[in-house]
Design a binder for this molecule. Structure first.
Ligand SMILES: [Zn+2]
Length: 410
């Protein structure tokens, strides 16, 4: 066990209102100009030696970038849960220890998946693809579990710090199962819920991206893609066992054989001691695997600057990466609506009169700014600049990095 485990926990302290850098970045054109300067400036004199690609930028993204895709943000401006004040995410220990908690989780997740599955990356994700193609962005570290980054820019290295919802992983044997397959199993095991889901789809409660409209139809959606249905009989919900463990119950650490039992239709039942499937996300209270943590640090260390997009850095794992960047002398740019945890630290000792090269703090939605930023960089002929040769090297290296990420995570 590590001395300081990298555990995903929500941060609930109040967040200060942001101070903008540079001062004139309070309009969209001002923000675009500052970010263009930030991304194209020569490597900062404060940057530590030995950075693989000091001219490049690493992106750290969060829930705010997916809001324009119709997914809810976790937090409002005061750092409180924006959408549903009563919402509290499930903790890893509750999920693994408690059959009833799992029923409740899967019932809500069953209803929420349709909406999440339908949602698509937005203009901000595609702007990051363009910045990658230009050789400006070298890699992405995301806290999001919606797979939008990998969909929008499959060739740009992308590290999913908190895992992904597109698959499940068995707690016992660690095999993965695609979420689509699992969703079909849930529908078969829970025909009444499947009928209700169908009804919600027909009524438009699931289709609408308007939370108010959804709530008026008796439904609340939370950021992890689960749905809150007041008064629903969660205790009747059934979920399948891991198909691998069902065939071959694993041997536990003390050498005893585990039990994996299902009812007549294949639903996991309580005498079982293994074969529990969980979403392939890092739940709150769960440790981030050291391979993922190392890969994230590697991504930060390989670039000369950090661009933080749509996140309040509320989770310690993400905040620590930004702090690491600061300690390495990397200029930091933040594009986020609302305050960011400990942001004053990132903008200490900003040179007077800097126009973005030493740091940027702007407060707009990512989908409003990033596409304009790409246009601006194209207009100024950035892609045709004398650094063209370097850019092609970066692109070649990006593919190598993709492999590194794969190796580190396999
Ligand atoms: Zn298993």
């Amino acid at each position: 066990m590590r001395k300081a485990p990298f555990i995903r926990i929500p941060y609930t302290g109040p967040l200060p209102s942001p101070e903008l850098y540079p001062r004139n970045a309070n309009t969209i054109p001002g923000a675009v100009a500052a970010l263009a300067k930030f991304l194209t400036a020569p490597p900062s004199p404060t940057l530590q030696d030995g950075v693989a690609d000091p001219q490049s930028t690493v992106v750290l993204s969060g829930a705010g970038i997916s809001v324009a895709s119709g997914l809810a943000d976790y937090r409002g401006k005061n750092g409180t849960y924006r959408q549903n004040k009563a919402y509290r995410p499930i903790y890893y220990h509750e999920f693994t220890a408690n059959h009833e908690a799992r029923k409740r989780y899967w019932a809500r997740s069953f209803l929420g998946w349709t909406n999440l599955h339908k949602a698509k990356p937005n203009a901000a994700h595609y702007a990051i693809k363009d910045l990658g193609d230009m050789g400006i962005v070298r890699s992405v570290v995301t806290q999001n579990v919606d797979s939008f980054h990998s969909t929008a820019h499959p060739n740009l290295p992308n590290l999913e710090l908190h895992g992904y919802l597109r698959a499940l992983v068995c707690i016992s044997c660690h095999n993965e199962l695609p979420r689509g397959v699992f969703q079909e199993s849930l529908a078969k095991l829970n025909p009444a819920w499947a009928a209700f889901l169908e009804e919600m789809i027909q009524s438009g409660a699931i289709d609408t991206e308007n939370p108010g409209e959804r709530m008026s139809k008796g439904m609340r959606t939370n950021p992890d893609g689960d749905v809150d249905l007041p008064g629903a009989p969660y205790t009747t919900f059934r979920y399948p066992a891991c198909p691998h463990c069902l065939v071959n119950p694993p041997v536990s650490a003390d050498g005893t054989k585990t039990i994996v039992e299902v009812d007549g239709e294949g639903a996991w039942i309580p005498p079982s001691t293994a074969g529990i499937l969980k979403p392939a996300v890092i739940m709150f209270g769960e440790s981030i695997p050291s391979k993922v943590k190392d890969a994230a640090e590697h991504a930060i260390d390989g670039s000369g600057r950090l661009l933080v997009l749509g996140t309040s850095l509320a989770t310690y794992s993400a905040w620590r990466l930004a702090k690491r960047a600061k300690e390495r002398g990397m200029p930091i740019g933040i594009l986020n609506l609302g305050g960011v945890r400990g942001e004053e630290l990132f903008f200490q000792n900003m040179p007077i009169g800097q126009s973005g090269e030493a740091g940027v703090r702007v407060e707009f939605g990512t989908d409003r700014v990033l596409p304009k930023l790409v246009d601006q960089l194209r207009r100024t002929g950035f892609a045709k600049s004398p650094e063209q040769a370097d850019i092609s090297n970066v692109t070649a290296e990006q593919h190598t990095n993709s492999k590194i990420f794969k190796d580190m995570l396999s």
